[in-house]
Structures are given as C-alpha cells and as structure tokens.
Design a protein around this ligand. Structure first.
Ligand code: GLU
Length: 458
C-alpha cells in the first residue's frame, strides 16, 4: 500500500496582524510539504464576519510572499479543492451538515445546531456554570500526536456546530475542510490541542480517519513567563519587513523556534533546512523568543550578502525612510560607506544613525563620550600630533595608516586606543563606528583634517 501524498494546510483567521507564531506555523507546514514533496494549501478561515478584515488578510498574503512561502493551492492560486476561503464555502458546509443530520448526529436547541456525541447520557449539576448540563459517557479520543506523543481526551458534552445566527462554528468548518481538502497532516499551534478531541469526534462521525496531528509548542515572551502576544516587541512579521530585515534571516530564525537540526547550527540555507526538517524533530518544550538572536541571525545573513546586493538592500531601506543626505551622496562614496558598515550592523535599520556623519558635517556629538574622552590625559595634544601625521600619511591603505598611528602611540608611550578615541570623537562625534582607518580612508584626508581642526577650535 502506498502512503498518500502529503497535503498540509496553513489555515489562518484574518482577525489580527500576522505575528511570528502564525508565521512559524505556516513555515512548519510549508517545510513539511517541501520536505515530503507534498502540497501546501493556504485556507482562509474567515467565517467570523465580525472579527475578520480584508486588511489583515492582505497582510497575511504579503507576509507569506515576503518570507518566500509559496502556496500550491489557495487564494490567487486555485486548485482542485477550492474555493479556499471559508466565507465562500457555505454550500460545502450545508452538504456536510446534511450528512450528520442523515446519520442522526445533530439536534437543534435554542436555534443552534448541536453535534451529538455517542454514549450514555445523564443530567449533572455543573458547580462552575451553576446549571444542569447533559454529560455523555463517551470513550476518549486518542491522538498520537507527532510532536506531543500519546494524548487522550474525552469530550463529554455535545457542542454547537451551527450558531443560532446560522453561521457554522470553527470546529465544524475546520474539520469539514480538512476532509474535503484531503488534508493528511494537521500542523498547528499547541493552543489547538484542546480542540483536537472535538475534531476527532467529528471526523469519526463523518466516517473518516482523522489526519495525523502535530501540535507545535508555544512561543514564550523573551522576558518572563507567558506566551508571546501580538503586542510584544518583535511579534509582528511586517515589522521586520519595515525594519529592513532580510526575509531569509527571518525564516531561518523562525525555524529555530522549536526546531533544530540536531546539532548547534543556527544559520542554514533553506535547502538544507528543507532536507533536514521533520515533525518528530520539533521540540516538545516551549520555545523562547529572543530578539537578540533574531538580530544576530540577520547580521550573519547581511555579512554574507555580496557587495552589490548589500548596497542595493541598504539603499532600498534608506529610500523607504527618506534618508535624503545619504541618498544625495555620490554613488561611489555611498557604496564605500555602506561596505564599511556592512560587517558592523545587525540590520540596515541601524544605518541612518551609524553612518550619519559620513553624509553631513552637522552630526550629533555624544556628550557622555566627549566627557569620557576629554577626561583622559591631554587629548587635544594627541589630536594635534595626529593631524601632523595625517597630513602626509598614506590614506590609500588601512594597514599603512594603522601602522603609522601605532608607531606614533609607541613613540609617546601611549596606546593605539588613546589616539583612536579622540580621533573618532573629533571626526564622528561618537565612540562607535567602523575601523578608524577605514573611516579615515572613506571620509578622505581633507574632511578628516578639517573636522579635527574644527574640534580643536571649539
Ligand atoms: N483558524 C485557526 C487558527 O488561526 C486554524 C486552526 C488549525 O490550524 O486547525 O488558529
């Protein structure tokens, strides 16, 4: 017997902005489809008319595209099992409701349609809800979850599948579509594990073997207990897009939230991740969101970008953020500044502040840095010595410049850093930046000397 081809689905409800939890669920589905040569379906669960919005929906599409998660079937793509928006599938739900009705598995109460469990019934007073409810002695639903392992849960109360307003309930449409779309593996967040027994009961009532389930552990906030929420810093995918993160880096980072290749590797090409990804490899324990790690992964990807690609990526970011001074610079100079910064920034969002003094003489001076630098020895004397040196030094070679400054420092029984700190303060107003010699070279002798003289005069 051949195993059926894998069909997975990402089934978002467009009721809020697309956050990293959803993106990771989408990604694990996409990876599993690509790993197995299966089909990745995008299904929009938009039956809750009050809470859905077209804006949220377009953010989902944009974010998936930005991250490179192409869907094989779904909105805009088509497929044999459409339509792929639940709001357009009313006829399917009526048909499936008919099947349950014909099998005697439904009843109506107060205008709502209930799904009827099998088993002995008894009236019990529920302390918690302060009312009498009908309990059903049902056998437990057994779930061999591919991540969580063996899970048993018993549904002991009938539940609503169509509300009194005529709209079908999530559990019903979710299961009907998994059947109708021939889904083989349901990969979703662990918050849905508690729904799975209801779903299993529905599958059984339709006479269908449930798909395999894989519930992915939660993502915890970076600090403190609790699940990451949409309001937490770093939670929204579009935020990374706006901040100029590389989508490859975001995808790589998302993979590591609950999965690893079994060694300590973090940065991996997507082809390698696809090759290695499998559901039993997903961790059972919750993953913790770590914004620093995200930035670190992004930095690794930035470092590897070819020069032209980095410069183009930087320019695109600066254009979106109207960095007029940088954009007005001569292209060759702009390129030099960007390449000097490439190994130093974690994300291109740092570039405006990081490079401000290259593109304008009116850059901010960090008062704290100034105080610290000026408190040590005779910084103005050191700067005067440097000016003398730089008048004739070779600006064409970072190494030659560095050697010349080192020699000067040695001659005066000082360190390289003593000269570097005051020089950096004088020409850039800060104590962070690229190598001082690279900074000198790219800024050029005239500017460097002029800024140092101006500093001394101030
Ligand atoms: N619409 C559900 C959600 O966004 C999907 C649940 C599932 O994947 O089965 O959480």
């Amino acid at each position: 017997m051949s195993t059926p081809k894998v069909r997975v689905r990402f089934a978002p409800s467009p009721t809020g902005f697309f956050h990293i939890g959803s993106a990771r669920t989408a990604l694990f589905n996409w990876l599993y489809a690509r790993h197995t040569g299966g089909t990745f379906v995008l299904r929009i669960e938009d039956t809750d008319k009050e809470r859905n919005s077209e804006e949220y929906l377009s953010v989902i599409y944009d974010s998936l595209r930005w991250l490179g998660m192409d869907w094989d079937e779904g909105p805009g793509k088509g497929g044999d099992f459409g339509p792929y928006r639940q709001s357009e599938r009313d006829a399917v739900y009526r048909e499936y409701l008919g099947k349950l009705q014909a099998a005697g598995r439904t009843y109506e109460k107060d205008g709502a349609i209930y799904f009827k469990l099998l088993g002995e019934r008894s009236e019990v007073f529920d302390e918690h809800r302060k009312k009498t409810v009908t309990k059903v002695a049902n056998t437990p639903a057994v779930i061999e979850d591919l991540i969580r392992g063996h899970v048993e849960r018993t549904e002991d109360e009938d539940f609503v599948i169509f509300r009194s307003d005529g709209n079908p309930v999530f559990h019903f449409v979710n299961v009907v579509d998994d059947i109708a779309m021939q889904i083989t593996h349901v990969i979703r967040g662990e918050d849905h594990l508690s729904n799975t027994s209801k779903h299993v009961e529905l599958f059984k009532a339709f006479g269908v073997t449930p798909p395999a389930f894989a519930h992915i552990p939660l993502i915890l906030k970076s600090n403190g207990p609790g699940k990451m929420s949409k309001r937490d810093q770093g939670a929204l995918i579009e935020e990374y897009q706006r901040r100029g993160y590389l989508p490859e880096a975001v995808v790589n980072f998302l993979c590591l939230l609950g999965w690893n290749p079994g060694d300590n590797r973090e940065k991996m090409p997507i082809e390698e991740i696809i090759r290695l990804f499998d559901l039993p490899g997903v961790n059972q324990s919750n993953a913790r969101f770590d914004e620093k790690k995200m930035a670190h992964v992004n930095m690794g990807y930035l470092l590897e970008l070819p020069a032209d690609a980095f410069v183009a990526h930087a320019r695109a970011y600066l254009e979106r953020h109207n960095a007029t001074a940088a954009l007005a610079a001569a292209p060759a100079f702009f390129r030099e500044v960007m390449l000097l910064s490439q190994p130093k920034v974690k994300s291109v969002e740092e570039l405006p502040a990081y490079t401000v003094y290259f593109f304008s003489d009116e850059y901010p001076v960090d008062a704290k840095v100034r105080e610290k630098v000026m408190a040590k020895g005779d910084p103005k004397a050191r700067l005067r010595e440097l000016i003398e040196l730089l008048r004739t030094a070779d600006f064409g070679s970072d190494l030659a410049l560095e050697t010349a400054i080192k020699d000067l420092a040695t001659k005066n029984s000082l360190g390289f850093g003593d000269y570097q700190s005051v020089a950096r303060l004088a020409v850039s107003g800060t104590n962070v930046g690229p190598s001082i010699t690279g900074l000198f070279r790219v800024l050029g002798r005239d500017k460097v000397l002029a800024r140092m003289e101006r500093f001394l005069a101030a």
